[in-house]
Design a protein around this ligand. Structure first.
Ligand SMILES: *Cc1c(COP(=O)(O)O)cnc(C)c1O
Length: 500
C-alpha cells in the first residue's frame, strides 16, 4: 500500500476550487438514479438478506476506490439495483410516499450548504425559513398567534417531544410523581407513544389504551370512562393522544368530542397527525381534521403525506411558551443574552442540537407547486383507496376490515369453506412474502383481532385501480397455492404443524 502524498485528500473537500468536481459528481449521481428510476419495472428486486449480506461484507473499507464513478458502480451493485422503490405504482406497503422534485432540489441544496438549524450563527436565513413554515403549518391547523413549533426527525420524535412538554406542564402545575402519571390513547394509536412514555421514565402501566369503534376510532365514551377511573384512583392523566390517521386503518379519532373531554378534565390533548396531516392542504377533505385546532400539540409528518423525502416532520404547539420545557442555555451555543437581544434560534425549542435544514424541502415544494397541488396529490390517493375498498369489498376471495377515510386498506384472503379455512392466517402471511420475493409488488401486513391481515397503503397518485386489481390477483394466487399445497395435510393434522 502506498500512503497518499500530503494534500491528496484536498480535492475531495467541497470549496471554491472544487466546484467543477462537485458539479460532475452530482450530475453523475443524478444520472444513475434517473436511469434506475426510468428502468424500474417493479418496486423491488426481491433480493434476500442472504444474498446481499456477503456482497456488502466483502467490500474492504480500508481500500478506497479514489473515484466517484467506480464508487457509484459499486453502489449500483450493493444498493441501487436492489433498493425498494417507493415511486413505483405497485409499492403499496408502508407510509412511504413518492417524492416531488422541488423537494429533491431542496435536499440537494440543504446538504451542500449544510446549515445547522440550532443557532442563528449556523443557519441565518434558514432559521427564519423554518419559522415561516412553522407559522404556516400552525395557521393551517387553526392555532392562534401564540403557536410555535419546530421541525423534527419524524413522528416518533414529535410524539416524544409532545409528551415531554405535557409531562413538564403537569409536573410544574400538579407536581405529580412519575409513577402516577398516565397517557391515554386508543388501541389503534402508534407504538411510539409507548416508547415515549418509557423514555420519559413513566411506569410500565403509564399508557392506557381505550377501545375503538367498528371503524377503529377512539370511543369518546371509553375515554370519558377512563378519565373518570384515573381520577377516582388518584392517577394524573398527563395527556390524551388522539390519532388523526392511524397507521393501520387510516382512521381519524373524533377530535371534537375528545377535545371537549380533555378541556373539561383539564388534560393536555396531543393529536398525532403523522399520517393525516396531508388533509391540512386538501381542498376537499380538510373538514376531516375539524377539532385539531383545539389540541395543545400536533405531530405532522411531511415525509408521509406531503410527498417529502425522509426526514421532514414537525411538532406544533398551541402555546409556544411551553417549548421552554425543552430549553437549555449553554454558554458556548445559546447563552441567555442572545435570546434577550432578540437573536432567533431554534435550538431552544428542539430536542436536537445540530439539526438538518429539512424545512427547505417543504419551502421549495410550496414555492414551486403550492399547497393546493400537494393536497390534490393526496386527495387522489384517498380517492383511489376508496375505489380499492369497493373493489375488495365486492370480491368474494377477500374479507375487508374497514373503510379508511385516508388511504389504507386492511383485508385478508379467505380460503373457501373446508380444510383450507384453517390455513387462512398462514396463507396470508405466505402470500405477502411470496409477493415481495417476486418483486412484482410490495404490500404490508398487520394483525387485526389476533389474525394476520394484508395491508395496502396507497400514497402514490400513479397507482391505478388496475394496479390494485392486479396485486389482489397475485395475492390470491399465492395464498391459494399455499392452501392447495397444504390443505390435505391440514385435513389430517393440527394446523400448528403446517410449517414443518
Ligand atoms: C408513522 C407514524 C408515526 C411515527 O413517525 P416516524 O416519522 O416514522 O417516526 C407516529 N404516529 C403515526 C400515527 C404514524 O403513522
Amino acid at each position: 500500500m502506498t500512503s497518499p502524498h500530503a494534500g491528496a485528500a484536498r480535492p475531495y473537500l467541497f470549496n471554491d476550487r472544487t466546484v467543477e468536481g462537485y458539479r460532475r459528481a452530482m450530475a453523475a449521481a443524478t444520472e444513475r438514479v434517473a436511469d434506475r428510476i426510468r428502468r424500474a419495472d417493479r418496486p423491488f428486486s426481491g433480493v434476500s438478506p442472504e444474498r446481499l449480506t456477503p456482497e456488502i461484507a466483502a467490500i474492504d473499507l480500508e481500500r478506497p476506490l479514489h473515484d466517484h464513478a467506480a464508487a457509484l458502480d459499486e453502489l449500483e451493485r450493493v444498493y441501487l439495483r436492489d433498493a425498494v422503490y417507493f415511486h413505483h405504482p405497485r409499492y403499496l406497503a408502508h407510509l412511504n410516499c413518492p417524492v416531488v422534485i422541488p423537494a429533491l432540489l431542496g435536499e440537494a441544496v440543504l446538504s451542500a450548504v449544510n446549515s445547522s438549524l440550532d443557532t442563528w450563527d449556523q443557519s441565518a436565513g434558514g432559521t427564519l425559513i423554518e419559522r415561516r413554515l412553522i407559522e404556516w403549518t400552525a395557521g393551517r391547523i387553526g392555532f392562534g398567534p401564540a403557536a410555535d413549533g419546530v421541525f423534527t426527525s419524524g413522528g416518533t420524535q414529535s410524539n416524544l417531544h409532545a409528551l415531554l412538554l405535557a409531562r413538564e406542564e403537569v409536573r410544574t402545575n400538579a407536581g405529580a410523581v412519575p409513577s402516577r402519571l398516565r397517557v391515554i390513547t386508543s388501541e389503534a394509536g402508534h407504538f411510539s407513544v409507548r416508547k415515549a412514555a418509557n423514555l420519559l421514565g413513566l411506569g410500565p402501566d403509564a399508557v392506557v389504551t381505550v377501545e375503538t369503534d367498528d371503524e377503529r376510532r377512539m370511543r369518546p365514551a371509553a375515554l370519558a370512562r377512563e378519565l373518570g377511573r384515573c381520577r377516582r384512583a388518584g392517577l394524573v392523566v398527563m395527556a390524551v393522544v388522539a390519532t388523526a390517521g392511524t397507521t393501520d386503518f387510516g382512521s381519524i379519532d373524533p377530535l371534537p368530542e375528545i377535545a371537549s373531554l380533555c378541556r373539561s378534565a383539564g388534560v393536555w390533548l396531543h393529536v398525532d397527525a403523522a399520517y393525516g396531516c396531508g388533509l391540512l392542504v386538501s381542498r376537499r377533505r380538510r373538514h376531516l381534521l375539524a377539532g385539531i385546532e383545539r389540541a395543545d400539540s400536533v405531530t405532522v409528518d411531511f415525509h408521509k403525506s406531503f410527498f417529502q423525502p425522509v426526514s421532514s416532520s414537525a411538532l406544533l404547539v398551541r402555546d409556544g411558551a411551553v417549548l421552554r420545557h425543552a430549553a437549555h442555555h449553554a454558554d458556548y451555543l445559546n447563552p441567555r443574552r442572545m435570546a434577550e437581544r432578540g437573536i432567533p434560534n431554534q435550538v431552544d425549542k428542539s430536542l436536537q442540537t445540530t439539526r438538518r435544514f429539512d424545512a427547505l424541502k417543504l419551502w421549495l415544494t410550496l414555492r414551486v407547486m403550492g399547497p393546493d397541488a400537494v393536497g390534490e396529490l393526496f386527495d387522489e390517493v384517498v380517492d383511489r383507496a376508496a375505489a380499492s375498498y369497493a373493489l375488495v369489498a365486492a370480491d368474494p376471495r377477500f374479507e375487508v376490515v374497514t373503510r379508511s377515510p385516508l388511504s389504507t386498506l386492511v383485508f385478508r384472503y379467505l380460503p373457501q369453506e373446508g380444510p383450507g379455512r384453517k390455513l387462512a392466517d398462514d396463507a396470508n402471511l405466505y402470500a405477502r412474502e411470496a409477493l415481495a420475493a417476486s418483486g412484482e409488488a410490495v404490500v404490508a401486513g398487520t394483525t387485526v383481532d389476533g389474525r394476520h391481515h394484508l395491508k395496502l397503503t396507497l400514497l402514490n397518485p400513479e397507482t391505478t385501480l388496475d394496479d390494485v386489481a392486479h396485486v389482489l390477483d397475485l395475492l390470491a394466487g399465492h395464498a391459494q397455492r399455499y392452501v392447495d399445497d397444504l390443505a390435505p395435510v391440514a385435513d389430517h393434522s393440527e394446523v400448528t404443524h403446517v410449517h414443518s
